[in-house]
Design a protein around this ligand. Sequence first.
Ligand code: NIG
Ligand code: FE
Length: 414
Amino acid sequence: MNPVQFLSTQHGQGMLKRARLLTLDGPQWGLIEHGALVWENGLLAWVGRERDLPVRWQPLHHTAIDARDMLVTPGLIDCHTHLIFAGSRAGEFERRLQGVSYQTIAGEGGGILATVHATREASEEHLLASALPRARALLADGVTTLEIKSGYGLRFEDERKMLRTARRLGRELGLDVRLTCLAAHALPEEFAGRADAYIDEVCRWLPRLAKEGLVDAVDAFCEGIGFNPAQVRRVFATAGRLGLPVKLHADQLSDLGGAKLLADYQGLSADHIEYSNADGIRAMAASGATAVLLPGAFLCLHADRLPPIAELRQQGVPMAVATDCNPGSSPLLSLRLAMSLACTLFQLTPEEALRGVTEHAARALGCTDRGRLRAGLRADFLLWNVAEPAELAYWMAGQPLHTVARVEARPGPT
Ligand code: NIG
Ligand code: FE
């Protein structure tokens, strides 16, 4: 197996020729046969049929990279991960295989709280070192934008530590990492019986974390084993005052009206949504929210309630797909496998799966500058060694990726 090639598009100009472009900019994959694209200083400058290449770009033709009819897609976007954590939950996995439920384990103080214990103990260095191989695995499958949530610290300093680690990881890999504060993920033991007081704390932390540039979006876990809708509303109201967009772990294990709640705050995305009701889906459609489907968690938790795919399609709610990479419910390190599972388990079409990890994943993060191959968007694109577009969601392992061309994330303040 040949190693994946990496190419930076951040500086200067370049051209790709003899490509089958899956632009996603239009129906039927937005396919352009005999295509070419030009990039300049990190942006796509031109995308189209090679024979229509404008005169101004023709001098690039003789140094162009020859795609040899490989399929070319936008860079993949993993819009929902919990990549930073310490410890292992393999023992919990074994117990679940014996029939103990995720909720029972959480009720015993295991589950998310087990990872909280380990993460609080860990240094930033340790967290970074353990997350890097996971991030590299995602990269090797074509991820060029990665969202990472906090939520295993549940104390100001530990939430901050997680978000700082996520930012450092982005710098280390030259990868665009979007930071989501999920301090309202679980109730820490020291607040047992005082969930409202914990939410008060979270609302105090948000402005401080935001001031350090550590928050691109705010998330919460609205669930029986998480926080109730009234508590989530308080977190969202604080985010709104800070001008931060919101997302929600919504209706994963029960219907608490999470989809509607998210829509009430014009949130970016409602994630999981297996139990969301028709009102909630309609409200999401009206507010322009994206549904993030997480088939890895569905599979690992042996869930039997499917997300309402038919309603989402009918209402025109864009569907994103993500790994939800986390040590408990979804130890999934391949966004391509998430695409495959979205097809097999949720009956998405391969084209919907690809849009789910590009165009719609970009929407779920509020990133309007990526997710399709179109002039003016970020020059993040991938060359795939496969013959048919559907193969992108078909192979369950292996290495079909040939080249990652991407903008290297620019270093900012530490
Ligand atoms: O998206 N649902 C809550 N949060 C994660 C699980 C986190 C964990 O189990 O550690 C999820 O599935
Ligand atoms: Fe999650």
